[in-house]
Write a protein that binds this ligand. Structure first.
Ligand code: 9D3
Length: 245
């Protein structure tokens, strides 16, 4: 996979892609990440990428020409037939795991980081395939949102994570995690639940499943609606709800 990130602040993204799992993915050739400075696609002496909004009002707007030229150049150079152009913007579709899985299938992504009050509408309408927001909070620009998206897509690339980790994940995706413990078995008088020390794997799985259900009911009941639940799960939830009331 090739990922091009078009930004006026490439420096913001230099760090996140040079550490840990993403660095490994790049080093092992799973993905090529290019930070593309939008100013490299200007032709004027001031390398101007933004301008005043027609009709007046607060803030600046990213000009269409550098964005069109950058995307066209990146598409031509990659030669890929399934490029997706993604605009990171507060107005976009909310980013979810489903979308991360969809993006992980593509061979070429071009991410455009929004800034200022926005981008010229003609960019949205004829250059961009999908607009994405990472949630209902205000950032200063799309760069950190692009880093979040890249991180979540890269870990899904075929062969990158252990099969087992992904299988466990798809099973429990719609539930919150059960509590984790490691040594020591007693720390400052706080004990690890004895079931985890029992060596009884059947009981351990059942305990973990119940803990996930309980935690999800308490913190994210909305997730239970989409969850793939077994009859025993439903029974346990009914029991918990009775106790609550
Ligand atoms: C006046 C309306 N504001 C929208 C809420 C303007 C505005 C605020 C922040 C325009 C751009 C930005 C910069 N944010 C992003 O580019 C952005 C973003 C975000 O702020 N939150 C969640 N996801 C994203 S993706 C890109």
């Amino acid at each position: 996979m090739q990922i091009d990130v078009v930004t006026i602040f490439p420096g913001i993204l230099e760090g996140p892609f040079k550490e840990s799992m993403i660095k490994r993915a790049v080093d092992q050739g799973f993905v090529e990440i290019n930070l593309v400075d939008l100013r490299d696609y200007t032709h004027d002496h001031h390398r101007q990428v933004d301008d005043y909004p027609y009709g007046g009002g607060y803030g600046m707007v990213l000009k269409p020409e550098p964005l069109f030229e950058a995307v066209e150049d990146l598409k031509t150079r990659s030669g890929s037939k399934d490029t997706w152009v993604i605009l990171l913007t507060p107005q976009g579709d909310r980013f979810e795991q489903r979308r991360a899985r969809e993006l992980a299938e593509k061979s070429h992504l071009i991410l455009i980081c929004g800034r200022y009050e926005g981008v010229d509408e003609r960019v949205r309408r004829s250059l961009v395939d999908v607009e994405i927001s990472i949630g209902d909070f205000v950032l200063t620009g799309g760069e950190l949102a692009a880093a979040v998206l890249v991180d979540s897509v890269i870990r899904l690339l075929p062969g990158f994570l252990a099969e087992q980790a992904l299988a466990d994940e798809s099973f429990t995706e719609s539930l919150l995690e059960y509590p984790h413990y490691t040594r020591p078995s007693v720390y400052r008088e706080m004990e690890v639940p004895s079931v985890l020390l029992s060596g009884n794997h059947g009981e351990i799985s059942r305990w973990r499943r119940k803990q996930s259900l309980k935690r999800t009911l308490e913190r994210r009941p909305d997730l239970l609606e989409k969850a793939d639940l077994a009859p025993e799960d439903e029974e346990y939830l009914q029991e918990l709800k009775k106790q609550q009331s």
